[in-house]
Design a protein around this ligand. Structure first.
Ligand code: GRF
Length: 205
């Protein structure tokens, strides 16, 4: 069975993408990243992809701030389909996806979010957790729907909040957990793919 084909979408740094490539290189994730697409040409994730010898592309998002124009989203779908992508992996992609993508890849678009959803959806969730006085926060991998961080949960990892935490120190601790959790979850998808059964969400991987 060929490795699970991934398409990664990002807007920024790409540290989660790096963790995924590293897990593949260690032989512990039976997947291949076919292409990385960003919504801006300055996103460092593009350079990272090129460094791994992975095709990197930019999609011009159009004039909306938080989503893609329909034609841009259709073009995005075509790029992913042309590479035979089986699972779309959002790694810091800062736009809400709509029908063109979600109907082309039903239950095949996943995201990682820096909180224990459904708590603290949206931006800078670590700051939200600090402001709320939480003792524990974490990260969540979930299916993507057309809301904001509202799709079915797949897996979570907890992270303690320390008394002396700053937003930066807490964010860094959450990101460390993300870099373990996301490749773990993708390895679960790859195992299902090998068994010919990559299907429905099941919380608790
Ligand atoms: C991560 O913290 C993720 O939870 C959020 O966006 C951030 C992306 O970071 N969705 P990176 O680009 O993977 O470093």
């Amino acid at each position: 069975m060929a490795p699970l084909k991934l398409g990664v979408l990002g807007s920024g740094r790409g540290s989660n993408y790096r963790a995924i490539q590293e897990r593949i290189a260690q032989g512990k994730l039976d997947a291949e990243v076919c292409l990385v697409i960003a919504d801006n040409a300055q996103a460092p994730i593009l350079e990272l992809a090129r460094g791994y010898g992975v095709k990197a592309a930019v999609i011009e998002p159009g004039s909306f701030r938080t989503r893609l124009h329909d034609h841009a989203e259709k073009e995005l779908v075509q790029c992913l389909q042309a590479e035979g992508v089986e699972l779309v992996v959002l790694a810091g992609f800062m736009r809400i996806l709509k029908a063109p993508m979600l109907s082309a890849f039903p239950q095949r678009v996943v995201n990682i979010h820096p909180s224990l959803l459904p708590k603290f959806p949206g931006l800078e969730s670590w700051k939200q957790a600090l402001a709320a006085g939480e003792n524990v926060t974490g990260c969540t991998v979930h299916y993507v729907d057309d809301g904001i961080d509202s799709g079915a949960l797949i897996a979570q990892r907890q992270v303690p909040v320390m008394e002396r935490d700053t937003p930066e120190s807490l964010h860094a601790r959450i990101q460390e957990a993300e870099h373990q959790l996301y490749p773990d979850v993708l390895a679960g998808f790859a195992a299902r793919h090998r068994r010919g059964a990559m299907a429905a969400p099941r919380f608790g991987w």
